[in-house]
Ligand binder design. Structure first.
Ligand SMILES: [Zn+2]
Length: 269
């Protein structure tokens, strides 16, 4: 599933490519035909990302809500757009470009109330300017649940997926099974800062890069897949060479170094 950086990058790119234009919106596959009619020909005023959700605000207070889920995918075309490929749920055609959306988990037209109800269920998204880290701190410090589980809980922090959680916990030396209420302020701050930094880099390069490219004598875009991450998908720890441990936590596989991420006595969730 795409993590929050992909969604924010899409919002940024679609803002540049389509905002201020009247979009011709159709559903070549047919499953979104009535939704498409409600926004077809309207002016796209803004594109907003919140966690893993996208909101396209059209005039007349009509909002297209998209959640890509596991299989959703956007394709960008120059005009004239080619024939639709596969089950295209939405085709939106602007002045010079078009996008196709295939396979989203959510794709629906709503009003601002609908948008607000979705946002109200979400936690703090580090990539948003209005993010409130204190709210996330309070949620985590009040929880007896495992921090590795809390980081994937979109109602606590929105936009973090499996790779960001593993990498941020490794960088801050926090064991994924630690209870939220066992984290001190410095540890929470380090975790938040680490997530924010790697998510911003993700938006900029449109891929996950959690390592420092300078350490490899390269620019970030030239890093190989293995160089782009510290422990995700690795067999051994880049710092101490211990064998990386992997197990299920919160429905996804977590990776951690048993030595660099100790589990203090009495802190296990
Ligand atoms: Zn280690």
């Amino acid at each position: 599933m795409p993590e929050g950086h992909t969604i924010h990058r899409l919002a940024r790119d679609h803002t540049r490519d389509f905002v201020g234009q009247r979009l011709r919106v159709t559903s070549p596959q047919g499953r979104f035909s009535s939704g498409a009619r409600r926004i077809n020909g309207r002016n796209l005023q803004r594109v907003e990302a919140f966690g893993k959700h996208l909101f396209y605000g059209f005039d007349g207070e009509r909002i297209l809500h998209v959640h890509l889920g596991l299989y959703g995918k956007f394709r960008r075309h120059r005009l004239p757009a080619p024939d639709p490929r596969g089950a295209v749920r939405v085709r939106a055609v602007g002045d010079a470009l078009a996008f196709d959306l295939n396979g989203p988990t959510a794709c629906e037209v709503m009003d601002t109330g609908g948008r607000d109800r979705i946002v109200a269920r979400l936690g703090q998204d580090p990539l948003r300017k209005d993010a409130d880290p204190e709210a996330a701190r309070t949620r985590i410090r009040k929880s007896r649940g495992a921090i590795g589980r809390l980081l994937l809980d979109q109602s606590v922090i929105a936009g973090v997926g499996n790779i960001f959680r593993a990498e941020a916990m490794f960088l801050t030396g926090v064991h994924p099974e630690r209870r939220g209420d066992s984290l001190n302020d410095d540890e929470f701050d380090a975790l938040w800062d680490s997530l924010l930094t790697m998510m911003k880099v993700g938006v900029r390069y449109n891929r996950i890069i959690t390592t420092d490219a300078k350490a490899f004598g390269k620019t970030p875009s030239r890093l190989t897949g293995a160089e782009r991450m510290h422990i995700y998908g690795k067999e051994s720890c880049p710092r101490c060479a211990s064998r990386i441990r992997s197990w299920d936590l919160g429905g996804r596989t977590i990776h951690a170094c048993p030595k660099c991420q100790p589990l203090p006595r009495g802190s296990r969730a």
